[in-house]
Design a protein around this ligand. Structure first.
Ligand code: HEM
Length: 169
């Protein structure tokens, strides 16, 4: 009975309210970051693919500068992965949709709750393999080839599972 007069009782209500408000703000912030960084990550991937293709075709030597250029797209893809992973558990279009069991019957829901995350994780693993292989290989053309081939496969996979209508629509 006393608990109704207890200020902490009232305090709990505001704590819960503030928790949900913060969670919503966090969701919107992450959604904007993920949406904006997607442009940079995709542009960097396209740029590096053409750069590495040019390097392989002209037969130029693979330098430390070339590795750093490839690393830009590698890092951007990993930041996108990190934001995506957090977003997945904060967004109503992510894990909660999958857990509710209603994602499978609807194409748009299946895309953000399952296909987009899984395919993008595979794509980023492939991009990482391309970058790490290029560091280990010794033949310059093979190093450039490792980058443009693995990055290109990763890019195609990413593009195949972007929620285009919610992003640009
Ligand atoms: C390079 C990799 C990735 C790219 C380029 C990318 C790009 C995008 C884009 C463009 C959207 C639509 C944003 C909008 O509607 O404004 C999106 C949404 C989303 N992404 Fe990614 N993403 C990537 C990786 C990931 C990963 C690895 C995960 C999770 C493990 C993930 C989880 C999500 C979720 C849950 C949404 C829906 C967010 C919402 O609107 O509530 N993404 N992503």
């Amino acid at each position: 009975m006393e608990s109704h007069k207890n200020p902490t009782h009232k305090g709990n209500f505001f704590a819960v309210f503030s928790y949900f408000r913060k969670k919503k703000t966090m969701y919107i912030g992450l959604q904007h970051a993920h949406s904006g960084l997607a442009y940079l990550a995709l542009l960097a991937l396209i740029g590096v693919i053409f750069y590495a293709l040019y390097g392989a075709l002209t037969g130029k030597g693979f330098t430390e500068k070339d590795r750093k250029i490839a690393m830009v797209a590698f890092i951007l893809a990993h930041i996108q992965l990190l934001i995506g992973l957090i977003l997945y558990f904060v967004s109503p279009k992510g894990y909660s949709l999958l857990a509710s069991g209603s994602a499978m019957g609807d194409a748009a829901a299946r895309l953000t709750a399952l296909e987009h995350p899984v395919i993008n994780i595979i794509a980023i693993v492939l991009i990482s393999v391309g970058y790490i292989r290029a560091k280990k290989l010794t033949v310059d053309t093979a190093r450039f080839r490792s980058i443009y081939m693995f990055y290109a496969i990763g890019l195609v996979l990413i593009l195949s599972r972007i929620p285009w209508t919610s992003w640009l629509g």
